[in-house]
Design a protein around this ligand. Structure first.
Ligand code: SF4
Length: 217
């Protein structure tokens, strides 16, 4: 896809979802520590489920120093409604210990440093960098972004690392963080995994999937 076409699609989506970037109930709102922990917890589950444990978790463990000393069963009791809660409890305790041991109790501000923290991959690091620290170092590719990038035609692969690179080459750096939020908004409301509402979609005329489906009819 040409850069100018990709940017036109992004503008149409931005107009369609003007609040996507500022949703107050997203898991990526809060202090850098909260955003880091909530994003680790959000793997394989919904934002709604994560937001339900946010209050109890940070009431008991408001800072890395407290969570680093937590007993795993106590943390599991709070987050057991999330999938993979054994591994997630272990990861957020270990992540807090890493913040204390290596970063003076603060969330580090570079991709390379974040990737050394237990439970943190590029998606989580990109979310923390953008939403907690205001930095565009990459593009977070979650399940919605991956699906939409393929359907729309921003990328031809299922490999998230390659999708991220393809998106980074199509869009200007100052839009990278917002690309994720806008694509997630479109994925949740219109471009459903099983039943995309193509007839109501503002970008259907530019969408590869839409044209492929139309050609088959
Ligand atoms: S036209 Fe359909 S497949 Fe393409 S982005 Fe819109 S909803 Fe998704």
């Amino acid at each position: 896809m040409r850069e100018q076409d990709a940017r036109r699609i992004y503008s149409a989506l931005l107009k369609r979802y003007p609040d996507a970037r500022e949703s107050p109930d997203a898991v990526c709102r809060g202090t850098p520590f909260e955003v880091l922990i909530l994003t680790i917890l959000s793997a394989q589950t919904t934002d709604t489920a994560v937001l339900k444990v946010k209050g109890p978790l940070f009431q008991k463990y408001p800072a890395p120093a407290r969570l680093a000393q937590a007993e795993a069963p106590d943390v599991e009791e709070i987050i057991h409604s999330l999938g993979y809660y054994h591994a997630k409890a272990k990861n957020i305790i270990a992540a807090s210990q890493a913040l204390l041991d290596r970063f003076g109790g603060s969330v580090p501000g570079t991709m390379a440093e974040l990737l050394t923290i237990p439970g943190v991959g590029r998606k989580t690091a990109n979310i923390v960098l953008y939403h907690a620290l205001g930095k565009n170092e990459g593009i977070a590719v979650d399940t919605h972004v991956r699906r939409l990038a393929q359907r729309i035609g921003f990328s031809d692969t299922d490999n998230v690392a390659v999708i991220e690179r393809d998106l980074m080459s199509l869009f200007p750096r100052d839009t990278w963080g917002d690309i994720t939020d806008v694509l997630i908004a479109h994925g949740r409301t219109t471009c459903d995994a099983k039943k995309p509402l193509c007839d109501r979609c503002v970008i259907s005329r530019s969408c590869r999937y839409y044209h492929e489906q139309s050609a088959r009819r």
